[in-house]
Design a protein around this ligand. Structure first.
Ligand code: SAM
Length: 472
């Protein structure tokens, strides 16, 4: 039944293979020789299989765990350097016909204030986001054929790309909306989306069906096969993830890696990003009702081993996690993070009081984007607002080939510095501006290619003169 290249959900995410892998991992977690072999393979930075990853996750030896963190850190730095790509979610509508038991958008929730942004409200939200300094958004919406049909999403994307306010522009719109048809994915591609993101929530079919009792999302196969349809439609940057806390982490960790292996084997390109959301408190949702909460120490190991198993993927952490947790995750594989996020519909223009809540979940990191940028600079990470790969057509296998050859660092470092400079000039507080300028000066010298360095110097000077270049 297990067939990595099949397009049938239950064949590429095969329950028996996941269960066998869990048993195998338990039986081999003290096999020192095998673990050393897996770590040796991991140190080559070319990935490990879901079985090998499951053994590492099961291993309780402190030295092995530290070695896992070290390798994850090396991989992050080899392929992504110390850049962290910044983004923000934009919630368009919380109308939803589904009944996901962990999500406050579920159809039976009468407490939550239902809201859908008009195009004018989207304009205001986008201006507020541009004024913070954001260039990259992730669109979020509930699933509702009447309130949020695809036409509404497409119109919203057009509106977002059209807004040029002061020196601002949203240069990449990623989209996190419900699974849809090949034809609709083609229309999203034609609208110029960046990554299509869809979380599996859980790969366990039985549990998936219990967690999604009604509505279109209750169809496990349709949801699980969504990325195959998106790729068939020509969207070659797809983002996957599970919602940790719904199912046992062991099951979903293996399922997620099998999904990544399936995409790589079938389409020649793995997931562009992997997100690692954990279940949060929300209106009508109490996390203590769910028995599979993942503690921090296990969560860190999960992130590090995903980094090792899928070395080329971007890894995303949201403001669901606290500053402390995000600081640790930065050291073990994360390459993208949101900052200054609002999870309510219209929240960037008018922050809500608790009583009028339309938010999807309670965030743990409440800092402004400027505070997050300043904090990253203090930790010696480069906050990057770059979207050049997408703009230059470096998506899918073209992006992955460059990344695998280590070439991304030649163009990413200067581009990150150029976009950081734009941020510093246009949006940063004086204190953050000073830190950013200092980092730019220091790191420009590290750009390996002389010609590239000279070019970057030219662009940086142009920004000082008030010019902006929308290619980045
Ligand atoms: N409606 C689309 C769908 O069903 O995939 C878009 C997704 S929703 C706006 C974004 C994600 O938020 C979901 O896929 C889910 O993983 C996550 N989410 C839902 N409820 C959550 C909660 N209580 N805590 C943390 N994340 C949650």
């Amino acid at each position: 039944m297990y067939n990595v290249k099949s397009h049938i959900a239950e064949e590429f995410i095969n329950d028996a293979e996941i269960c066998d892998t869990m048993i195998y991992a338990r039986e081999h977690c003290n096999d020192a020789e095998l673990i050393q072999q897996i770590l040796k393979k991991a140190r080559e930075h070319k990935g490990i299989t879901h079985r090998e990853a499951a053994v590492l996750l099961e291993c309780e030896d402190k030295d092995v765990i530290n070695e896992i963190f070290d390798i994850a850190n090396e991989i992050k730095h080899r392929f992504y350097g110390n850049r962290i790509v910044m983004f923000a979610p934009l919630y368009l509508s919380n109308y939803c016909v589904n009944s996901c038991v962990y999500c406050p958008y579920h159809v039976k929730n009468k407490n939550i204030r239902r809201k859908k942004l008009s195009q004018e409200e989207i304009r205001q939200e986008v201006i507020a986001l541009q004024d913070m300094g954001h260039k990259r958004l992730a669109l979020e919406a509930g699933e509702h054929p009447i309130y949020n049909p695809l036409e509404y999403i497409l119109e919203s994307i057009k509106t977002i790309y059209s807004i040029k306010h002061k020196n601002g522009a949203i240069r990449r719109v990623n989209v996190n909306i419900a699974a849809t048809t090949v034809e609709n994915y083609r229309r999203l591609k034609d609208a110029g989306i960046g990554t299509y993101i869809l979380f599996q929530e859980t790969y366990n079919k039985k549990n998936y069906e219990a967690l999604h009792p009604k509505g279109p999302k209750s169809d496990y196969a349709y949801h699980t096969e969504a990325m195959d349809r998106a790729m068939e439609a020509g969207i070659d940057d797809v983002g996957i993830g599970v919602l940790y806390g719904l199912e046992t982490y062991r099951y979903d960790f293996i399922g997620l890696l099998m999904h990544a292996e399936h995409l790589e084997a079938t389409f020649g390109v793995g997931p562009h990003t992997i997100s690692v959301p954990r279940l949060c408190m929300a209106d009508d949702i109490d996390t203590t009702d769910f028995k599979n909460a993942v503690p921090d120490d296990i969560f860190y190991r999960i992130v590090a081993i995903i980094r090792i198993a899928v070395p080329y993927t971007g890894m995303i952490i949201s403001t669901r996690e606290s500053e402390k947790c995000r600081a640790r995750l930065l050291e073990i594989g994360i390459s993208q993070m949101s900052g200054g996020s609002r999870t309510s519909v219209g929240g960037y223009v008018s922050p809500e009081s608790e009583e009028e809540n339309s938010a999807q979940f309670d965030v743990a990191d409440h800092r402004t984007l400027d505070e997050v940028v300043g904090w990253l600079l203090d930790l010696n990470h480069i906050p990057s607002f770059c979207t050049a790969c997408y703009r230059e057509g470096r998506t899918g296998d073209r992006f992955m080939t460059l990344l695998k050859n280590g070439q991304i660092s030649n163009c990413c470092l200067p581009n990150a510095l150029i976009t950081l400079k734009e941020y510093a000039k246009d949006y940063a507080s004086p204190e953050v501006r000073e830190k950013a300028e200092e980092m730019i000066k220091r790191l420009l010298a590290n750009v390996p290619n002389e010609k590239v360095r000279a070019n970057a110097t030219k662009y940086l000077a142009a920004i000082d003169e008030g010019k902006r270049d929308f290619r980045f």
